[in-house]
Design a protein around this ligand. Structure first.
Ligand code: OAD
Length: 235
């Protein structure tokens, strides 16, 4: 079976960035400055209190400048450069550590901290530094209509058609560092499996959907991902 593998889809979550020093979502008490994270990451929260939501994402964007890709990001970038078959790396993470490590066949299904989205003209553009309520759109010049380009609870993740197509065609689906608590990403394993793919989970602990995977490797992404990449490239 392993020799039949050509098309691979990899899904990553906050666990792949944990060893770089970025907090996972469900690993801490779920509070930020006294607010439940779910109360900050919604379109409703943004219309109710945009300054609060901007402060949350401005702090996370600032933190990006203090962290580096780890061994798992670097191994996945090497895999991207050397794997001769089709590959799609889907990340739920809004950090930029996969691209900083060198991954190219990459898709951010939950958006990116380093991008803004103007609600006045619809443009999306790179953003460094704080955004805040007074941010000016670099395309149309409107002030106060730029939001972080992040998919909030209740919004549709990006590029779902392309993802669904890749899942249906893949021979192997690998999930790395994600708790399996948030759909639709948590359901990707079912689609891939239903369409005949082998499935592998690499996580610090069995995820919520662990029984859906044909294989599980339990441990740190920074150790297990380089090992897996080495195995795959030496087959
Ligand atoms: P979670 O915080 O829910 O899960 C992180 C998973 O990584 C947990 O199962 C941990 O056990 C595991 N983990 C922690 N450290 C690890 C390590 N060093 N190596 C391997 N695994 C490790 O994060 P996500 O599953 O990514 O959405 O969360 C999914 C989505 O929920 C996020 O994208 C975010 C949030 O709401 C949006 O922002 C839209």
């Amino acid at each position: 079976m392993m020799n039949d593998i050509q098309n691979i889809v990899i899904l990553t979550g906050a666990g792949v960035s944990a060893e770089s020093g970025l907090a996972t979502f469900r690993g801490f008490d779920g509070l930020w400055d006294g607010h439940r994270v779910e109360d900050v990451c919604t379109p409703d929260a943004f219309s109710r209190d945009p300054a609060l939501v901007h402060a949350f994402y401005d702090a996370r964007r600032e933190k990006l400048g203090t962290v580096e890709p780890n061994a798992a990001h670097r191994a996945l970038a090497r895999f991207d450069a050397e794997w001769p078959g089709e590959l799609l790396l889907i990340t739920q993470n809004v950090d930029d550590l996969h691209e900083r490590a060198g991954s190219k066949r990459l898709l951010h299904m939950h958006g990116e901290l380093a991008k803004g989205w103007c609600l006045a003209c619809g443009e999306r553009f790179g953003w460094a530094g704080p955004m805040g309520v007074g941010a000016e759109c670099s395309a149309c010049g409107t002030v106060g209509a730029v939001r972080p380009d992040i998919v909030w609870f209740g919004e549709m993740p990006y590029e779902m058609e392309r993802i669904d197509d890749a899942l249906r065609r893949c021979d192997l689906f690998v999930s790395i560092g994600t708790s399996g608590a948030v759909y639709p990403a948590a359901g990707f394993v079912q689609t891939a499996r239903y369409c005949g793919a082998s499935t592998l989970e690499i996580n610090l602990e069995p995820s919520l959907g662990s029984s859906m995977f044909s294989k599980s490797r339990i441990g740190k992404a920074g150790e297990l991902v380089p090992e897996w990449v080495k195995e795959m490239l030496s087959r």
